[in-house]
Design a protein around this ligand. Structure first.
Ligand code: TMP
Length: 213
């Protein structure tokens, strides 16, 4: 018997640094919640499948150059493309687990240190998007990230950039539940479950509405 019948679903976001194991944890969390009887949909940003997503993908792979503001607005537009679907899905009683969302949007752009692209500027285009019920931040020490085999080839996967991103994520500490991603898969997974337990209960028992950023 699905637990979410008659109630809205919960909106859970997993944020974190590159190499923190977000994708694995999103999968584990979905499997776990599904086994508990939740209706689940997953989402990841950037969603590289749409026309805007393809432009983002090309930028991240250094195949196209773009002004910092332009790529920022594309990342935001890529979230807005899904906004209506997200609202409808939650309303139908489906829980959404999402790999990255507007916190990534703000901090990666602001980490570029472009004097014309402040954190405030970066925030504006995302204002009004559906607000997550819980944001987990998978935090990883830079040394630990390096032990995991270093970063890949994409645009932002450089040590200094990742360090600035980490500092900027911490300016949103009060919005997020920090989980140390340096532990084993199982322990990280258990910590995530613990941190969202209250939120899930509130949502599923009808005590909380979908907010807006
Ligand atoms: P991914 O590795 O999770 O697919 O994300 C690709 C990169 O895009 C990652 O370095 C984070 C970055 N990013 C932004 O710069 N802005 C955004 O809004 C999002 C969602 C991701």
């Amino acid at each position: 018997e699905p637990k979410t019948i008659g109630q809205r679903g919960a909106f859970i976001v997993i944020e974190g640094l590159d190499r923190a194991g977000k994708t694995t944890q999103v999968k584990r969390l979905c499997d776990k919640l599904y086994s508990q009887g939740h209706n689940i949909k997953t989402l990841r940003f950037p969603d590289r499948t749409s026309p805007i997503g393809k432009m983002i993908d090309s930028y991240l792979q250094s195949q196209t150059e773009m002004d910092d503001h332009v790529i920022h607005l594309l990342f935001s537009a890529n979230r807005w493309e899904k906004a209506k679907w997200m609202e409808e899905t939650l309303k139908k009683g489906c829980t959404i687990v999402c790999d990255r969302y507007y916190h990534s949007g703000m901090v990666y752009s602001a980490a570029k240190h472009n004097p014309n692209l402040s954190l405030d500027w970066a925030r504006a285009p995302d204002v009004g998007l559906p607000k997550p019920d819980a944001v987990i931040f998978l935090d990883l020490e830079p040394e630990e990230a390096e032990k995991r085999g270093g970063y890949g080839d994409e645009k932002y996967e450089k040590k200094e950039m990742q360090q600035r991103v980490r500092e900027l994520f911490y300016t949103f500490e009060s919005d997020m539940k920090v989980v140390n991603a340096g532990e084993s898969l199982e322990i990280v997974g258990d910590h995530i479950l613990e941190k969202i337990e209250e939120t899930l209960k509130d949502v599923l028992e009808g005590r909380s509405r979908v907010g807006k950023f």
